[in-house]
Design a protein around this ligand. Structure first.
Ligand code: NAD
Length: 306
């Protein structure tokens, strides 16, 4: 088909591609012509251990289907080595899918520094390190697509996942900023919050749901976000089982106060108005400056209190 989305001549890095969602992304991109660095440390869900077979297996699958792939076994903490594998093998990097992940769920009371640090290292630091190494290459060639992986747990919060949620929200913040910094260089950065059955979700989902929510029902979105034709940068998409939605911030109109009588009691008395999303027009901010109009309008005509 003439309008089939292809990746011929492009090089993609998919982190954590030895299983689960990452494997599905790598297989789909490779089936459409991308040369893929299949990165995976091959550890357990909690981040312990390492095994080169995870990445090797997916590389073999891709090759068996007629595609091109090479393995990389480094932790995403060593993002520069992963990017080096792409550069040494094929001399370019067009696509980065920051997918590698672990879980160390604990209530905040029981969470150890190690639980926090390991989840930080794989998710937020790993996303930073791989992106940081690929960024100058993408900027230089004036082209790049990065898909970062957040989670509903991060965007909304989830009991027992304080470490994971913090990093996944951090990833969303990094993505929003990189999207702005990449605009002039055709480097587009989008974020997904997927749901799929995998070994990661096997501990919280019944087996039939793990089986039903296939990673393949998420992968087409990642491929589109990684494609040259994607119109968007800075988006957050929540998806699973073939359902795809987009998220944005909504801001209430807000409460406007007389500065001379601005007090905790005044805030209490207007708290409903501050939090009202239905009775007044709301807005959908996309930058720091979006609040400036309201801020300045409240100042206008008001004397600074003594
Ligand atoms: P998974 O455990 O099947 O896959 C994660 C992969 O990352 C594994 O193959 C693992 O070996 C690899 N990995 C772990 N640490 C690594 C490191 N330091 N360096 C390189 N590779 C490493 O889990 P999954 O469900 O496929 O998750 C993929 C991503 O999607 C994760 O970022 C996860 O947080 C996110 N996510 C998944 C779901 C879901 O429903 N499955 C929901 C929200 C977010």
């Amino acid at each position: 088909m003439a309008d089939t989305l292809r990746f011929d001549g492009q090089v993609a890095i998919v982190t954590g591609a030895g299983g689960g969602l990452g494997r599905a992304y790598a297989l789909l991109l490779a089936s459409r012509g991308a040369k893929v660095v299949v990165n995976d440390l091959g550890g357990k869900v909690d981040g312990s251990g390492a095994d080169a077979r995870a990445a090797d297996k997916v590389v073999e699958e891709i090759k068996a289907a007629g595609g091109e792939a090479t393995p990389n076994y480094d932790s995403v903490e060593n993002g520069d080595k992963i990017v080096k594998t792409a550069m040494d093998t094929w001399g370019r990097v067009d696509i980065v899918i920051n997918n590698a992940g672990i879980l160390r769920d604990r209530s905040f009371l029981k969470m150890t520094d190690q639980d926090w640090d390991l989840v930080y290292k794989v998710h937020l630091l790993g996303t930073y390190r791989v992106s940081k190494a690929a960024w100058p290459i993408m900027r230089q060639q004036k082209y790049g697509r990065i898909v970062n992986v957040s989670s509903a747990s991060g965007l909304y919060g989830n009991e027992g996942q304080g470490n994971y949620a913090a990093m996944k929200m951090g990833i969303a913040g990094l993505s929003a900023t990189l999207a702005k910094e990449g605009v002039r260089y055709d480097v587009k950065v989008n974020t997904i919050a997927p749901i799929a059955g995998s070994r990661m979700t096997a501990s919280v989902m019944p087996p039939d749901l793990v089986e039903a929510l296939k990673p393949e029902y998420v992968a087409p979105v990642v491929a589109f976000l990684a494609h040259a034709s994607v119109p968007e940068s800075g988006g957050i998409f929540e998806l699973g089982a073939g359902w795809v939605s987009r998220l944005r911030w909504q801001r209430s109109r807000g409460g406007f106060f007389q500065l001379a009588s601005f007090s905790p009691e005044a805030v209490r008395d207007k708290f409903e108005e501050i939090s009202d999303f239905d009775g007044h027009p709301t807005s959908y901010p996309t930058s720091n400056n979006d609040a400036f109009g309201e801020i300045m309008s409240n100042l206008e005509g008001q004397e600074a209190p003594p």
